[in-house]
Design a binder for this molecule. Sequence first.
Ligand code: ATP
Ligand code: MG
Length: 450
Amino acid sequence: MPAFNWQPGRADSLPDGQIVINGKSVLSKHIQAIRGMNDILPTETPRWWLIENVFAELMAAYGYAEIRLPIVEKTELFKRSIGEVTDIVEKEMYTFEDRNGDSLTLRPEGTAGCVRACIQNGLLYNQTQRLWYKGPMFRHERPQKGRYRQFHQLGVEVFGFGGPDIDAELIMLTARLWKKLGLADDVSLEINSLGSVEARRVYRLALVDYLQQYREQLDEDSLRRLDTNPLRILDSKNPQMQALIEAAPKMMDFLDEESRLHFDRLCQLLDTVGITYRINTRLVRGLDYYCKTVFEWVTARLGAQGTVCAGGRFDGLVEQLGGRATTAMGFALGMERLVALLENSPLPKSHAPHAYLLLAGEAAERKGVLLAEQLRDRLPGLRLQVNAGGGSFKSQMKRADKSNALLALILGEDEIKRDEIGIKDLRGNAGQISIARAELTDYLQNMLTL
Ligand code: ATP
Ligand code: MG
């Protein structure tokens, strides 16, 4: 057997299914996951739960309802909503033909599907909606820290609210989320206004005029975008472009009256509730459908992938997808980036079992199953792991310890004879005791309410 020189840190940089053996890259016998699509292991899921649970509670507290949407949609939906000339549609979508020859796409984001579902199910007729969703998204990007090909978002979309009060509400509830997760000091808020469609058209002309003068300084991406999506040039991460972008005309100076008032009112509301923000006139979103307010929560702790949450208003999208004109706004936050921010914070509540039941001998195995089910009937909050697959007392005790349970419950021949059960404290110094089996429910009940 060759010695395996497994280098997990390098796994990302290797083509699919290859590992390094004795310095040579070879095809693995084992099938590997798709590059940029990660397993979330049992040691990590408690952190995911924490975020998801805090978020779900927060949504309920603000009066938002969950919507669950398909992961696959018709390709046309994303082309028509996100825009043909965006990075996502141009080069990041997982698109395939299904067996009927229809072109389908793994959703790269949640808004398009949510709008589609609202129109299709009549959720926007004479009513407003405050909705949230969670789940995986797919983009064929270059995998790196904080950037994956399958990643997960928590998202919110509201429909039928045109005023800045709802913009403020979305920002306030995200601010509360950071507070609840203990991340308030790690993120900061940037806001901007993209104005009305008409104001953006005028701004776009001014921006293109300006950039044309410096054509020779534009990088390849920006040259391409100059004709197709010039606002996206402002979003360029290329350091050599920064001075040029800094000096470009600012959307803020082109805002229409209504958008200006809307933005001023939003700033006032944020001031009122004490949320600090930075007006970033270069903040545009990668997608075509935004107007008026856009915002991002950014962190300095994650390097280049520093945007944790991003959103904005998209008043034109419902109509663009065939619905009745409806104002709308939303945001999405990246779970992987949030999990990374929480990497070093302790998990508040463990999901480890309260008790692990050891069953020594055949009689105990038979009795134990019944006992465990009775305990579960009586104590619905109890987390009980029952030994399975037999094993010596010693090996069962090892498993009990490994399960992280607080207590070992021991049922052996002696205990059965005496109608008792042994209880061993696995985490403290209380040692081992025996109690009458009839008293076990009360004993555990007391422990649960402590
Ligand atoms: P970025 O500028 O980082 O590429 P984006 O503008 O493409 O982000 P959105 O489409 O607004 O991102 O998605 C909202 C959030 O989803 C982002 O702020 C980020 O936290 C997360 N996100 C987006 N793409 C990825 C990805 N490939 N991997 C992990 N998280 C992502
Ligand atoms: Mg992106």
